[in-house]
Design a binder for this molecule. Structure first.
Ligand code: ADP
Length: 449
């Protein structure tokens, strides 16, 4: 087992990893930017090292500084959290070259799944169902894109090969707007990911975003956990996640879980990760992408299975054999996660950084809160707006919703506009309570109501 782990991240996920390390008896080193000296992850870790100025490019993405911090502190492993360097092949490679264990997949697995076009091709060859599409990058100057779109059938969606966070996507209803949409998607992709490659896919109408948490070890064992339903999204970004999904039957869970395992085996996956699928109204499912990291929404899976995914991830990185088996994992109840962002839901979600006055975050039966903020903390304007995750667990969905609504009503974050009120609207909506929300839920039932 590791002696000391450096956490190459900030905020709630850095705190989450520190807690897992503590329970495993591992010392922790956090890193911070100049603007993050007061962040909770700095206070929670055994030691913390400043790696650069506020801008992420100069701090949390600064590979030489982070490696130097690991070497100075004597860390034998680095946990990248999510975002920043978590899916950066070069970083995984540098860690390996420096004799520091990267707590994540091999650089080959990251590479294979990082390019969505290559990942889809690989999944096709592994007999995992994929969305009908272009089977490769497309170009706005190529006249063949019109016949291809015709063959796939409108509406189609243009997506970025290096995509993430819902960026670089364009829905195209008909041939008139196709060329323009490809140009715009390429421009967006280039700006966001420094990679202009885009591809075409059938746009699945009113789909459900269903994903499977998987765990793999170095001996080829892979297991999957019950699905998470992440269909409540704004601009293709997740806001609410729950497990299990009301839309998925036990039979479909098994079939999709096995497909997720097949996907992981195809890249010799040896850590925690997530296989994302879209499911159409008829229950047909299609591979969308694989995230080769621990995800924001991992606590809902932890709540319904009782498995500590971060501890498992660390144990797997240390070379332990996977002790879990999909068929033996029980669904213990129902869990829902609401992402509380420092954004103003009444003003098109503009970020709301600044100094928190009084802070009260909920607790009580069935409530878990993962956060890095506290009374008097100043939310810097430089990073992600996620400030807390509330996870409600209940014996069944109804109890989880009741607990979540109760918890949301307790939230008080003085001076900071946040999304708690929007979540309360979702929890109280008849439509959500009935179950089976699709990805158009927010637009259809919350913003238009
Ligand atoms: P990102 O990596 O940017 O998060 P994803 O490929 O995971 O992108 O897709 C994010 C969301 O975009 C999905 O959950 C879904 O709501 C929507 N989406 C993506 N592809 C399609 C598609 N082919 N049809 C319908 N919706 C899609």
């Amino acid at each position: 087992m590791f002696n000391k782990i450096l956490i190459a991240n900030r905020g709630e996920i850095a705190c989450r990893v520190i807690r897992a390390c503590r329970e495993l008896g591992i010392k922790t080193v956090s890193i911070h930017s100049e603007s993050d000296r007061d962040c909770l992850h700095v206070k929670l870790a055994d030691q913390s090292i400043c790696v650069g100025p506020a801008s992420a490019a100069e701090s949390y993405l600064n590979i030489p500084s982070i490696i130097a911090a690991a070497e100075i502190s004597g860390a034998d492993a680095i946990h990248p959290g999510y975002g920043f360097l978590a899916e950066n092949t070069y970083f995984a490679e540098v860690c390996e070259a420096c004799g520091i264990k990267f707590i994540g997949p091999s650089k080959e697995s990251i590479q294979k799944m990082g390019d969505k076009i290559a990942a889809i091709a690989l999944m096709k060859s592994a007999k995992v169902p994929v969305v009908p599409g272009s089977d490769g990058p497309i170009n706005s100057d190529d006249p063949k894109i019109f016949s291809l779109a015709e063959k796939i059938g409108y509406p189609i969606i243009i997506k970025a090969a290096a995509g993430g966070g819902g960026k670089g996507m364009r829905i195209v209803p008909s041939a008139e707007s196709l060329k323009n949409a490809v140009i715009l998607a390429q421009t967006e992709a280039k700006a966001a990911f420094s990679n202009a490659d885009v591809y075409m896919e059938k746009y699945i109408e009113e789909p459900h975003h269903i994903e499977f948490q998987i765990l793999g070890d170095q001996f080829g064992n892979v297991c999957y956990l019950p699905e998470r339903d992440c269909s409540i999204q704004r601009r293709h970004q997740k806001l609410v996640e729950e497990s299990p999904s009301t839309f998925i039957s036990e039979k479909l869970r098994k079939v999709m879980g096995k497909a997720a395992r097949q996907a992981a085996k195809a890249v010799k996956y040896s850590t925690v990760g997530t296989v994302e699928f879209l499911v159409d109204k008829k229950g047909h499912f299609y591979f969308m992408e694989m995230n080769t990291r621990i995800q924001v929404e991992h606590p809902v899976s932890e709540a319904v299975t009782g498995i500590d995914l971060v501890k498992e991830q660390i144990k797997l990185a240390a070379g332990e054999k996977l002790a879990l088996h999909s068929d033996k994992i029980k669904i213990l109840g129902h869990a829902i996660e609401c992402r509380i962002n420092a954004e103003d839901p009444d003003k098109d979600f503009i970020p709301s950084p600044g100094k928190i006055g009084f802070l009260f975050l909920p607790g009580g039966p069935g409530i878990r809160v993962d956060t890095h903020v506290y009374s008097g903390y100043s939310i810097p304007p430089f990073y992600d707006s996620l400030i807390a995750k509330i996870i409600a667990f209940g014996a069944n969905r109804e109890e989880a919703i009741i607990r979540m609504s109760r918890a949301l009503r307790e939230v008080e974050i003085e001076n900071i506009k946040n999304t708690a009120s929007l979540h309360l609207k979702i929890m109280n909506s008849e439509k959500f309570r009935k179950g089976n929300p699709a990805t158009d839920f927010l637009q259809k039932y919350i913003f238009n109501s």
